[in-house]
Design a protein around this ligand. Structure first.
Ligand code: NAD
Ligand code: MG
Length: 389
């Protein structure tokens, strides 16, 4: 039996991961499941999957979790330290599906003991890509991408020489507002932004899809994960979300990864890697689909894409600052403090303030420096939103 843990088990990626694992109960020994506020879901899945341990990130809800698990034999724990301790437990395969920079440290801890880390948490690569890669390498851990675009690139690169890669094209659905007049965007509400045309995902990433902050994070993730320079990474809007990414080689060949939007493909690929095994995803009927369309990724409609390019070119710890500022701006938008379009302005302003300090930091930075850059950007973003500076 393969020992597995799922961080962010109660979320959209976590639940899709559980769907796959629960289909083969004899194949997996579940070590730890972690969640946040949804205690009932966490306890129910931990009992059903016979996990050793269930952890909620919220310390105040430990009693509730204990009660929900009473008599089941599943251990309960809560809080940040418990989350890190869960990452130290000996699972060979660990799903990193916490949302935000909060997912970085548990993933690093799993890599430090040589685990295979299935990385849905793109923020880890954006904030600390070099540290993630270095940690995996130093301890014999393995990083596998779960973001659909990066899983697609990874699959297109199997057996290929990275030096022969001319470009990588990351597709974007365009999110909730791709057809809105640009002048209406400042009026967009969080509820409107939280609906996605093709993918069923968590609230934060869905809003990030509407602003293209999600794609911006993914461009940076592509650079970090595959070690490609910014000029080789492109974005195209593809409203059908059937092609997840394409890799262009120096002989003109363009390899596309095509399939219906279902995260269980990328999750299942990482679960079974290096083998391929049957997955319960819909098979694409090309004739029924009929056509696929493409549009330019307009940086006036989606200025987050321009910022991503600037962050990739700046390097250092600008990714950590970009992500942190984005998280604070997103909170501000969800809470009604700022408008949809103000999010990018806030992030751009934070970058202009902090990047002179962060861009020259060498790739051998440690976690403490990532945390510091993250903190710095959060403070600046908070100040800008509150109008304190
Ligand atoms: P979600 O909001 O549905 O779930 C997030 C999970 O993280 C939940 O279990 C929640 O309890 C937990 N969590 C939230 N804040 C936490 C904190 N501070 N500490 C510990 N746990 C915390 O999110 P999601 O859509 O499943 O996305 C998870 C990650 O996967 C994100 O990084 C996202 O960008 C990435 N991703 C998601 C999809 C998708 O289809 N949903 C696709 C590609 C990549
Ligand atoms: Mg993606």
């Amino acid at each position: 039996m393969r020992r597995v843990s799922i961080f962010g088990a109660t979320g959209s990626i976590g639940q899709n991961t559980i769907d796959l694992i629960a289909r083969e109960p004899e194949a997996y020994d579940v070590v730890a499941l972690t969640g946040g506020q949804n205690i009932a879901q966490l306890a129910q899945d931990a009992i059903r999957l016979r996990a050793d341990l269930a952890v909620t990130a919220d310390e105040t809800r430990l009693d509730e979790l204990r009660q929900a698990l009473a008599g089941s034999g599943v251990e309960a724990a809560a809080g940040r330290e418990a989350l890190l301790e869960a990452a130290d437990r000996p699972a060979e395969w660990v799903m990193s599906a916490i949302v935000g920079a909060a997912g970085l440290e548990p993933g690093l801890r799993a890599l430090q003991r040589g685990a295979t880390l299935a990385l849905a948490n793109k923020e880890s690569m954006v904030c600390a890509g070099q540290l993630m890669l270095r940690t995996a390498q130093a301890h014999g851990g393995r990083l596998l991408p779960v973001d659909s675009e990066h899983s697609a690139v990874f699959q297109a690169l199997i057996g290929e020489d990275l030096d022969a890669v001319e470009r990588v094209i990351i597709t974007a659905s365009g999110g909730a507002f791709r057809d809105w007049p640009i002048e209406d965007l400042p009026k967009a509400t969080p509820a409107q932004a939280a609906t996605h045309p093709n993918w069923d995902m968590g609230q934060r990433i869905t809003i990030d899809s509407a602003s293209m902050f999600n794609k911006a994070l993914e461009l940076i993730e592509t650079k970090e994960f595959f070690g490609l320079s910014a000029d080789k990474i492109e974005t195209v809007v593809h409203p059908e979300s059937m092609i997840h990414a394409l890799v262009g080689f120096n002989d003109g060949a363009l390899m596309a990864h095509v399939g219906p939007p279902d995260m269980r493909h990328a999750i299942g690929f990482s679960l079974h890697h290096p083998e391929r095994k049957p997955l319960p995803v819909e098979r694409l009927d090309l004739v029924k689909l009929g056509q696929m369309t493409f549009r330019p990724a307009c940086e006036i409609r989606w200025p987050a894409l321009r910022l991503a390019r600037e962050v990739m070119e700046a390097g250092g710890l600008c990714g950590a600052a970009f992500n942190a500022a984005k998280e604070v701006a997103l909170d501000g938008f969800i809470d009604g403090a700022i408008s949809f379009t103000r999010m990018t302005e806030v992030v751009e302003e934070v970058l202009s303030r902090v990047s002179p300090r962060l861009r020259h930091i060498d790739d051998d930075f440690g976690l403490d420096m990532v945390v510091e850059a993250d903190h710095l950007a959060r403070v600046e973003a908070g100040n800008i939103i509150a109008g304190r500076t």
